[in-house]
Design a protein around this ligand. Structure first.
Ligand SMILES: [Zn+2]
Length: 284
């Protein structure tokens, strides 16, 4: 089924009541998308499948939206098809028009005032069409960025409160020490900041940069109010690494479908691990 904004909110309420987070997995094409969807159904877990604007540039929004819609319709467990880290409101509108039922407008690089204005525009368009919106406060950096980005990018609880109050956004990604990609140092999550944000922000909070955060810290974040955990790099590197391994073992004359069957299995294993880490299978 294709979930409306209200139904997505109900999923988050269930996650909150059950003490788990809804996992979010980034995909790059249709092979990894189907691997993620199959793993979620086999684990009986609700998930987000997300793509970055980069993937839209490569494949096209109509094709992605159409396949996303079919994937959601055919799934026996809730799947939400999401646009991740979009800096451009117009691309959010196009995604909404093409069947995405969740978008992230990321204007976290701009001032609080501009962030609010941009998020407001997207919220207005999305909510009129029953679509869920996520925003970001503070700046979640990429591992490998120069300088001490972990400290400089952190959110403040008051900015988070104001952004949510002013925009009516549905979920909030909070910069509290996580980074995208693989860490070159041990990630230090600021749980005190997370607790402060949770006290003043009524919407579900999102942990970005799940890859590389130790399981105990992900669990601790969930116990402190995180309701969505984003995993991108771990999926992508597993996928590409598995394709490489399959080609090395089976040779370049092997049919694409056979190479991808191997890669899909590897991706499914990682997706299932993350579902367990998030306790989203209801058993972990
Ligand atoms: Zn992210």
């Amino acid at each position: 089924m294709i979930m409306s904004r209200v139904q997505v909110a109900e999923l988050f309420e269930a996650a909150s009541a059950g003490g788990y987070a809804i996992p979010h997995f980034n995909h790059s094409d249709f092979w990894d998308m189907s691997a993620i969807a199959e793993a979620a159904q086999e684990s009986k877990a609700p998930i987000f499948i997300a793509c970055l604007p980069k993937v839209i540039d490569a494949i096209g929004i109509e094709k992605l939206g159409a396949v996303g819609k079919i994937t959601m319709e055919q799934s026996k467990t809730p799947i939400i098809y999401h646009l991740d880290h979009c800096h451009n409101a117009d691309i959010c509108f196009a995604a909404i028009d093409n069947g995405y039922n969740s978008v992230m407008i990321d204007a976290s690089h701009s001032s609080l005032k501009e962030n609010i204005e941009t998020v407001k525009k997207v919220v207005q368009y999305a909510h009129a069409r029953g679509v869920h919106v996520e925003a970001e406060i503070g700046q979640i950096k990429s591992a490998g960025d120069e300088g001490n980005t972990v400290i400089s990018g952190k959110a403040t609880a008051d900015d988070a409160r104001v952004l949510v109050k002013e925009t009516g956004v549905d979920a909030l990604a909070v910069a509290f020490g996580s980074e995208h990609g693989f860490y070159t140092h041990k990630p230090e999550l600021d749980f005190e900041l997370l607790r402060q944000v949770r006290q003043v922000v009524p919407v579900p909070l999102v942990l970005h940069g799940g890859t590389g955060i130790p399981e105990e810290d992900v669990r601790r974040a969930i116990d402190n109010g995180i309701r969505k955990v984003n995993v991108g790099t771990h999926i992508r590197c597993t996928y590409i690494g598995a394709v490489k391994q399959a080609i090395e073992e089976m040779g370049t004359q092997t049919h694409t479908a056979d190479i991808m069957a191997f890669a899909k299995d590897q991706v499914k294993t990682v997706v299932k691990q993350w579902i367990k880490t998030c306790r989203a299978d209801g058993k972990s």
